[in-house]
Each structure stands twice: as C-alpha cells, then as structure tokens.
Design a protein. Sequence first.
Length: 351
Amino acid sequence: MKRNYLIKECSLFSININENIKNAIEKINKGGIQICLVFCDKNNLKGIITDSDLRRGILNGISQNSNVKDVMNPNPIIINEFFSEEKVFTLMLKHHIFHIPVVDQDKKLKGIFVSENLTEDKIINETFFILAGGKGLRMRPLTDKIPKPMLRISGKPMLEIIINNAINCGFRNFVISIGYLGEVIKDYFGNGDKFGVNISYIQEKKPLGTAGSLSLLKDMQLTDYLFVINGDVITSLEYSNMLDFAKENRCDGVIGVKNHEIRNPFGEVKSNNGNLVDISEKPTYQSTINAGVYIISKKLISFIQKDKYMDMTDLFKKGIKRKSSIKVFAIHEDWNDVGRPEDYKKLNNYR
C-alpha cells in the first residue's frame, strides 16, 4: 500500500477567500502538491482549489482577476484527525482524489493528507519528442550560425532547459527532430549520456512541418503516447501532468492551450444605425492560443503520411474529422514562446 503524507504546515498553499485566481495559481505552482486551501480566517477552511479546478476554469474563460470562489470546491471530502492511514488510502482510492484535509471537532484545519503519487519520484517510459528542425528566420541574425533552440537563456541553450525540465518530471527517452544546422544540436547533446538519459535524432532532409517528422519514428521510439513540444517553448508546466491527463481520459491527442489577453489601446465605440450604444475604455479581449505542447497517440500518428509535410494543426483537424478523442489542456504555469527577437530579449532580461 502506498503511503499518504500528513502535512501540518499548510501556509505555503493557503489563500484567503477574498483573493483572486492569479494568487491561487501562484500558490498552486509554488506549493508543489497541486492544491490550494481556501480560508475565511486563519483556520476556518471554506473550500479547496485543485490544479484540475484551475485548468477547467481557464478553459471556461475565468479571468485571473476573478475571485477564487469562482473555481473553488466549497464541499471537499474532509476527515477528522483520528482517521487511520489505511482508511485515508481507501477513501482516496474510492473517490480518485489525491488530497484530503484533516479537521478537528470544531472544523478547524489540522493538516492535509497528500497521496504519495504526488510526491514520489517516478520514471516515465514514454518518448519526449522535441521539434528543433526549423530555420528560425524571424530570429536572424541570431540564428545565422546556430539553430534557434540552441540560443542561450541564462547561459543555457533553450533545448537544454526543456530537456532538464523533462528529466525533472521523470522522462528519460528523448527524440529530437533536427534539420537546419542540426549537427550543432547533435554535437552538444550526443546520445544523452552526460545528462543521464537516452537521446536519438530524426534528421529532416526537407521541411516536414510540426507534425510530419513524427512519421519517421522507428518502432523502438514509438510509445503509446508521446509528449511533443516545440523547441522554442519555455514553460514551467509539469509535463507529466499533461501526460497523465491524456491517459486518464484515454485521449487520442491533447493540445496544450494558454489564455492570451490583448488590450485595445483605444476606447471602443459601439453603435447601431448611427446611434451610440456603448463606449468601452481600452477593453481587453481574451482568446485561447495553441501553446506548442502536445500529447500524441499512435493512432494520431497513423494519420500522417510518411515523409510528407504536415503541421500539427492539420493533424488535429484530421483527428477531429475522423472522430478521434481530442481534448485541450489549459496551461496556467509560466509559458514563453521565443518566436521573435523581442521575445528572446524579454525572456533573457526577465531571467
């Protein structure tokens, strides 16, 4: 039987009920156990917000300025402080949950039981596939002599940052799709020995798009699911969470998405037949964008013609057309797409 850990000091992942979603995201990302406890005073527990609650809220259009009550579960399963560890384990298993708050007879929080599944180190056998074959034309002259994924952030190539994050999540088997100046990448990473992992390569003899190179995977590289990421995406996303989501929902494909806000620098005037209807001062528009991270199944890969150009968006459209199970996964963690020189400069300055 797996152990469950009782955490008594919960301030790191606790929040007041009057705070906003943005603060809850920060608490969950820093707390490390995928949950935020919501209080109306120091010990009076009003509800919980899980990582999954946040992601659902984001997909439903919740703003980071919204109140935490908009995503909070006000009636979580709780137990008294006399529950045995065996009963806690049984309860978690029955309800498929990973956290159970512990309260005393006055309903004051005494701690929280956390499943070992959230704290143990695990090895992931699925292939981690990195798209690093593009020419990075928009980044010139920075990419005249090196491929874009090898541009350095805080002294390390972006590609190394991506790989190290994946290693910390448990991935050990990597495939890098290379094209433009691919030898620079191979010379730096080799077979992965110096990183304690396995790294192999797919050489694009011609541009194959963001999905086409998946058709060149060998049988030994082709796992039931693959985590796929663009080589210019830097994010603090726990990659394994997205993989677990795909497995639990038996998806054929998952696309990671990020909420993106655009603020109109001008006042927006609305009219009807020449009559003024409304004036909005510098309104903000929200949209959901492709974050460049994916979970791809063998079934979805079978839709790609070998050695033919195909972008990831076309692959997912084909999956939808063929009634495959395609879902989206909201990313609330830090996320940066280094597609333009200004993005690269901003990220370097930030770090």
